[in-house]
Design a protein around this ligand. Structure first.
Ligand code: SF4
Length: 258
């Protein structure tokens, strides 16, 4: 019997796959032992969601991912289809939020998500590059054009917002000089599709529309944190997102400081 936690206002995260299709040099995927990873058993997934449904448990946000790539799961389509179907009246999960590198989000998966788009709060796409040259440094072995094609397919066929799309660029030494290109590229794509958008450099203000997100790198080595903060501030200033470079940590709002 799966223990059911009755925290309907909380966020629930379930990691479908702790494997990833990539091994980006800055990621824990390169640091965690391969044999400590795995795919969630689809029967456990169905049991979990089925028991939530039967018990009347509702979580406002459901994150079907952890540190791996959920869409790599060999049964990803079936698992997502089961989740969407059980949640068709949004009685289990208010909003589903997925974070992916987009490379495996082919038309079949996208069409499934589009069918149930009313259940999705946001799709976060990890990109971190505007050219194949830089993409090869941050996502070795992967094709940027495939990720872009998959995202654009979803954007073109989406008929409501949410789901919001978050185009994420983590500011790193490997890619910081490409931030301008990234902003230009996605601004043109979104504008070309007639979509309004916002540009963030922190989680605040709330992402109410599609968002181009220049995120500070969370380094695993505390000694590098200062450098990543300085680089992040420099990029935000260079993009015109802030008018001066603050001495302390760059935060979007006072509310966030509290
Ligand atoms: S795609 Fe994301 S999860 Fe996978 S290795 Fe790269 S940074 Fe890590």
């Amino acid at each position: 019997m799966v223990e059911i936690l009755r925290y309907p206002d909380e966020i629930l995260a379930v990691e479908m796959s702790s494997y990833c299709n990539l091994r980006c040099p800055m990621c824990t995927q390169c640091q965690v032992d391969y044999d400590k990873k795995g795919f969630m058993d689809i029967r456990l997934w169905e049991k979990l969601i089925g028991e939530f449904a039967a018990a009347g448990v509702k979580y406002e946000k459901f994150l079907p991912f952890g540190l791996g790539e959920s869409l790599l799961h060999p049964k990803a389509y079936e698992m997502l289809a089961y989740m969407f179907d059980k949640n068709k009246d949004r009685t289990i999960f208010g909003h589903i939020i997925l974070h992916t590198n987009a490379l495996l989000m082919d038309e079949r998966i996208s069409d499934l998500m589009l069918k149930y788009q009313y259940q999705i709060g946001a799709l976060h796409f990890s990109l971190d590059a505007a050219t194949q040259e830089t993409y090869s440094k941050v996502r070795p072995g992967a094709e940027l054009s495939r990720a872009v094609m998959n995202i654009v397919y979803f954007l073109k066929h989406r008929s409501q917002i949410p789901p919001k799309v978050v185009l994420q660029f983590i500011v790193m030494k490997r890619n910081f000089n490409e931030a301008n290109n990234f902003l230009k590229f996605w601004s043109e794509v979104l504008t070309g599709l007639g979509l309004g958008f916002q540009v963030n450099y922190d989680w605040q203000p709330e992402m109410l529309r599609d968002t181009i997100f220049f995120k500070r790198e969370n380094t695993w080595n505390p000694a590098d944190l200062g450098q990543s903060e300085e680089l992040h501030k420099k990029v935000a200033f260079g993009l015109g997102l802030i008018t001066e470079i603050p001495k302390g940590r760059l935060l979007m709002s006072d509310e966030f400081v509290k």
